[in-house]
Design a protein. Structure first.
Length: 203
């Protein structure tokens, strides 16, 4: 049993076969480029071999189908190339440069699928990222402990060096004091000795 769409297409094709309308030269069409238009949101429209409904019907084009608008337009019809590489004419009022609801829905659905896949990947990577974060935190804590230990060791070495220098300075001062006192004592002894000797010599 034919559905409604197939019945309409078959009827119109039969009618167009008995039409004596002149067909344009098929070699005059321009090669298609990147799709730059869409069929507006109707159920479907018919594509003709020329810029009029009197020309033979090539077939139907579904709503939202990306098309390439070719050269050679008039007020009511525009020449197109559809997604099946068929070149023909359709009514201008059904052609738009903006994606139809069907095309927008397909784009949104594709974006949704890609977003869901990205989310799934992120969820799969989350445990690994959390483990990496834990490892990095542990490594950071270990480095902090190492730095603290090195800083304390350096501080201890500086303190020991300072104490050593102070001790050496204290020893030098002590030795200097002893030498100074010893010199004074020797000087006094020599003075006393010499003064007594002079007195003995005077007797």
């Amino acid at each position: 049993m034919f559905n409604f769409k197939q019945f309409i297409i078959a009827s119109l094709l039969f009618t167009s076969l008995v039409s004596f309308a002149e067909e344009p030269d098929e070699n005059s069409t321009v090669n298609a480029a990147t799709p730059n238009g869409y069929i507006s949101d109707n159920l479907f429209i018919f594509m003709h071999t020329g810029p009029s409904k009197n020309y033979r019907i090539l077939g139907s084009v579904d709503a939202g189908t990306p098309i390439t608008i070719l050269s050679g337009t008039n007020d009511e019809f525009v020449q197109i190339k559809d997604d099946k590489a068929r070149e023909g004419w359709v009514e201008s009022k059904f052609v738009t440069t903006e994606p139809g609801l069907k095309q927008q829905l397909e784009t949104v659905n594709q974006t949704l699928v890609e977003t869901q896949e990205a989310l799934n990947d992120a969820q799969q990577q989350l445990p690994m990222l959390q483990q990496n974060n834990t490892n990095l935190l542990a490594e950071n804590a270990s480095l902090q402990d190492t730095i603290s230990g090195l800083e304390k060791q350096l501080q201890d070495e500086r303190l020991a060096q300072q104490q050593k220098v102070q001790k050496e300075q204290h020893q030098l001062l002590t030795y200097g004091g002893i030498i100074g006192i010893s010199g004074i004592i020797i000087g006094v002894i020599l003075t006393l000795f010499l003064s007594r000797r002079k007195r003995y010599d005077g007797w």
